[in-house]
Design a protein around this ligand. Structure first.
Ligand SMILES: *Cc1c(COP(=O)(O)O)cnc(C)c1O
Length: 483
């Protein structure tokens, strides 16, 4: 409320004492309140009015004179109510250039998954009910055979995310004993997932072998002892070790373990189900290849390259999966029906590789042609230049997108978008930060990337179907002064 900054002479009545403030009940009877009561309920409206009056009372008691009327108070109460009831989890435009952006919710689900989730939320479903014999079922059964078919594994089980999968696997297979991991694979994923810490929480002891850049077969052999429970390989998801390097392949580690009668656990991280080279993308080892290399247990995420809901998928040998499912932690880490409803149709899309790149949203985004994004950039450039005025330069520009979420960290996808920077060097840093904020404060926030003194808007994740909605709100960018 602009009560103190109101222009002189004051057009609003002066209030100097709390006794001059209107009563709560009187404000609640105002016309605008009837509409607000309809939307938010009497209790929330009463609370908002009380809070507004309370703040004004404190200012009066502090000796301030106010210039406002009931309409101002009601308007403030309305703003407070709108803010309180506005959703906190909001859709945004991801123009950051990172397709699987962990902070923006990773994979976008395919339409088939969205439809299945809507249905599963609204109706009871046979989550743990065997429709054949009317007995109790197992929720993993809904997707297990599909996962086995797609990966070549004997058995599978699903938990909340891949971090949970690694925890559950280590707790089942190695509690109280040792797990051998190469020093080059002691990964930290953003959000505090660190292999050494998960190992400790699972009750297993980490035995590091090799050095950061080089690990040999003899390092694994030398570390195996009577307390060894398993050998573990971890996908270097978000970094690459290059130069003078040596690592031991999954197949070699599996052979060493096999000779000693020990299991091999592979945390694949992203874990793709298909050879991405078929779509001209860089190669990422598939779950099937890892299973075929001899891994006893493989874990991977549902919402990274797979393109489905947040989930952790554990596949491998029947006996191990059976033990993992008996661990009481499984009950604590299991997924709900919404996750399974989304996962099943997502997996089914993989049965038809011909339509996969069209149907699986993430793969469709990965495989968009730079020319498509370029055409969009050329359409949007004049509009944005007009809206931002002469203070900024808006250019179309070639750029590189990242797959994200620890998949192929050093590979990038050629893309196209807009590069926006202040026209003059004076206060350029401040202007750029303000510009980034103007995009972020749109009704549907636009998340770009600040890089090399410019705001980069990578159009890979703005499919043409979403472009009209994107354009429609741009006039609300406002001017820098409004921020
Ligand atoms: C991403 C990742 C995880 C964690 O997976 P979430 O599904 O995010 O829990 C664990 N290990 C590796 C190697 C990863 O890349």
């Amino acid at each position: 409320m602009q009560t103190t900054a109101a222009p002189k002479p004051h057009t609003k009545p002066e209030i100097t004492h709390p006794s001059q403030l209107p009563a709560v009940d009187k404000l609640l009877l105002a016309d605008v309140m009837q509409t607000l009561r309809h939307s938010y309920g009497l209790e929330a409206c009463t609370q908002a009015v009380r809070e507004v009056l309370g703040r004004l009372r404190s200012r009066l008691l502090a000796g301030e004179a106010l210039h406002c009327d009931a309409a101002d108070m009601l308007q403030e109460a309305q703003q407070q109510l709108e803010q309180r009831f506005a959703p906190r989890l909001r859709p945004v435009f991801n123009l950051s250039g990172t397709v699987l952006h962990t902070n923006l919710g990773r994979a976008l689900l395919p339409q088939a998954a969205i439809d299945a989730v809507v249905e599963a939320m609204a109706a009871p479903a046979n989550l743990e009910y065997d429709l054949e014999d009317g007995g109790r079922g197992d929720r993993d059964d809904l997707v297990e055979s599909l996962i086995c078919e797609l990966t070549g594994a004997e058995a599978a089980t699903i938990v909340n995310n891949n971090a949970a999968a690694v925890l559950l696997v280590l707790s089942t297979m190695a509690a109280g004993r040792e797990v051998i991991v190469s020093r080059g694979e002691l990964v930290e994923i953003g959000g505090a997932f660190r292999i050494p810490d998960v190992m400790t929480r699972a009750g297993a002891r980490l035995v590091e072998v090799g050095t950061t850049n080089r690990t040999h077969e003899k390092d694994y052999l030398g570390a195996i002892g009577e307390h060894t429970a398993a050998l573990m390989k971890v996908h270097c998801s978000n970094y690459a070790i290059t130069g003078f390097t040596k690592s031991v392949s999954d197949a070699e580690v599996a052979r060493i373990a096999g000779e000693k009668g020990l299991p091999v656990i592979v945390d694949l991280g992203s874990g793709t189900l298909v050879d991405m080279r078929a779509w001209g993308l860089p190669h990422e080892v598939t779950v099937r290849e890892t299973v075929a290399a001899g891994a006893d247990i493989v874990t991977f995420s549902g919402d990274k390259l797979l393109g489905g809901p947040q989930a952790g998928i554990i596949v491998g040998k029947k006996e191990w999966i059976a033990q993992i499912k008996k661990n009481p932690l499984k009950r604590a880490l299991r997924v709900g029906k919404i996750t399974l409803a989304a996962l099943e149709p997502t997996l089914r899309l993989y049965l038809n590789p011909e339509t996969l790149a069209q149907q699986l949203t993430t793969l469709r985004l990965f495989t968009r042609k730079p020319a498509e994004m370029q055409a969009q950039a050329e359409q949007l450039q004049p509009l944005l230049q007009l809206l931002l005025g002469t203070g900024f330069v808006v250019e179309t520009a070639a750029m590189s997108s990242q797959i994200g979420s620890g998949a192929l960290p050093v590979e990038s996808l050629p893309s196209f978008g807009l590069r926006i920077y202040p026209a003059s060097g004076r206060q350029a840093g401040r202007l750029l930060t303000q510009l980034e904020a103007r995009f972020r404060k749109l009704p549907r926030p636009v998340i770009g990337r600040l890089h090399e003194d410019a705001l980069w808007l990578d159009l890979r994740c703005l499919e043409s179907s979403a472009q009209p909605a994107f354009e429609r709100q741009l006039h609300e960018l406002g001017t820098a002064d409004h921020i």
